[in-house]
Design a protein around this ligand. Structure first.
Ligand SMILES: [Zn+2]
Ligand SMILES: [Zn+2]
Length: 480
């Protein structure tokens, strides 16, 4: 073991708040003797501080992105994280097509669109553009993931996201959206979402979420992932893995005919089971030519829903759920109001699922920058997001051979016919040929035509922002 005897500390080092070790001397004489070599520590620290953002143009963000200040704003910070100054605006080259908020920070088409109330059914041409854009967004996020390590600032992540997006011919959708000052969101530790990239360097043991949205060929593609910085403690690993699983489990139930409400039930059950809580203030959303539109996708459940009730009563593993309920009661927080999402999923719809899961309470607070949402108790929060396309449930057909054609489940027959003709123009002539008889059996509708062979089987969901073979292997649970 090594013991430091500290009799004298360099006053300049103390002023600069440098760590003790280089500032400690055995006596004042010893300090004087080593001054000529020691003073380089100060210059180095000052240089570093400049790189950290105290240099020109780097300021703290206030007023929801519309203001800047040189001083750290006062706030009753909920955890250990603080905002750092942010860098000046990053420019998007003039040849790149941009959404209407790029100029003045105000979206104009989006808030007044009918698609805030009606869930748009995308046509094949829109779907093709969504596929392209989501693929770019995935590649941009992967580029950001590759530079994440201790010592890298979130501003550096923002630069990579910005440059990769622009290089692909896209516009980084968050940039100037309602005055958001940066090209992506970076949310560290207790930040739930919408963290602003700044001069803070990532530290060993941090978790950081990077949320990327790309605007390309007139549509937006949106995804995010939470990454480990160096060695992360076990509780944080479990939080991140559980959040990943919440999204996977939610996606596994998505298909035409399922109620939007059920997404929250699935996520809530899995998170609560692990003793974690689900954020209620931020939801998944429809996406396409608009960044945010209908449907609204809550990630929380109605806690006394039938499924969780049976779970509470009959499951052997129900203890964490009881405890979570008790925790909420003890904290004198009202029980979660039920998830009131209405509507049923239909083929051709595109929306995101993006659960935010907290280690402690589900409640959130807002930093003085007007964007950064943090947990009310300062405990950590993780998130994952995908953009999803709903596909037709079809078993089709080659008219030359078989007598039975199409199976649609769970939604109205005319809707099915309409979307089938739109999405699978290749099979539309099958439908034109004949529907000699229709049998309706419970929730299944069978069509009979003259000839067919079973051929295309497309059901459920297509994850437009899915991981690629080239995506960095950052999750141990995916490596089996
Ligand atoms: Zn989103
Ligand atoms: Zn997002």
């Amino acid at each position: 073991m090594f013991v430091y005897l500290i009799n004298f500390r360099c006053p300049k080092c103390m002023e600069l708040k440098l760590p003790r070790e280089p500032a400690a001397f055995c006596s004042q004489d010893c300090f004087k003797a080593s001054w000529s070599s020691h003073k380089s520590v100060h210059t180095k620290a000052k240089e570093e501080e400049n790189r950290d953002g105290s240099s020109e143009g780097w300021l703290y963000c206030v007023r929801r992105g519309q203001g800047r200040t040189p001083k750290l704003p006062h706030f009753d910070w909920t955890g250990g994280l603080r905002p750092y100054p942010i860098s000046p605006y990053r420019v998007v080259p003039p040849h790149i097509d941009r959404p209407d908020w790029a100029v003045d920070g105000i979206p104009k088409i989006e808030p007044s669109s009918d698609f805030q109330h009606v869930v748009e059914i995308k046509n094949p041409e829109q779907i093709e553009r969504m596929r392209e854009t989501c693929r770019i967004a995935r590649e941009v996020l992967d580029a950001a993931a590759r530079i994440i390590r201790p010592g890298v600032t979130t501003d550096e992540i923002d630069r990579v996201v910005h440059e990769a997006t622009v290089a692909a011919g896209g516009y980084p959708s968050p940039l100037n959206y309602h005055f958001f000052p940066k090209s992506c969101c970076t949310s560290i530790n207790e930040v739930i979402c919408h963290g602003i990239p700044d001069a803070r360097k990532l530290k060993h043991g941090d978790i950081v979420n990077v949320d990327v949205t790309v605007y390309y060929k007139g549509v937006h593609g949106d995804l995010n992932e939470t990454y480990f910085v160096g060695n992360v403690d076990e509780a944080s690993r479990q939080l991140v893995q559980c959040t990943y699983e919440c999204l996977e489990k939610a996606i596994s139930i998505v298909k035409p005919g399922v109620r939007f409400r059920e997404i929250g039930e699935v996520i809530n059950r899995h998170a609560t089971m692990s003793g974690l809580s689900v954020v209620k203030s931020y939801c998944g959303h429809g996406i396409g030519e608009l960044f945010h539109c209908a449907p609204n996708i809550p990630h929380y459940g109605s806690i006394l829903s039938k499924s969780s009730f049976f779970y509470l009563v009959f499951s052997k593993e129900s203890k964490p759920m009881f405890e979570a309920l008790k925790m909420q009661k003890d904290a004198e927080l009202p029980l979660q109001a039920g998830n009131k999402a209405v509507g049923v999923m239909k083929a051709g719809q595109i929306f995101t699922i993006e659960p935010m899961i907290n280690a402690g309470v589900w409640r959130d607070r807002m930093w003085p920058d007007g964007w950064t949402a943090v947990t009310a108790d300062g405990k950590r929060s993780a998130q994952f997001e995908h953009t999803l396309l709903l596909l037709l449930s079809i078993i089709a057909v080659d008219l030359d051979k078989w007598p039975c054609i199409l199976i649609a489940s769970g939604y109205h027959i005319w809707e099915f016919l309409r979307t089938a003709v739109i999405y699978h123009s290749s099979i539309s002539h099958y439908l034109i040929m004949t529907t000699s008889c229709i049998i309706i059996l419970a929730s299944h509708i069978y069509f009979f035509a003259d000839y067919i062979v079973m051929q295309v089987t497309e059901t459920g969901v297509e994850v437009l922002t899915t991981r690629l073979p080239s995506s960095p292997k950052v999750y141990p649970w995916l490596n089996e």
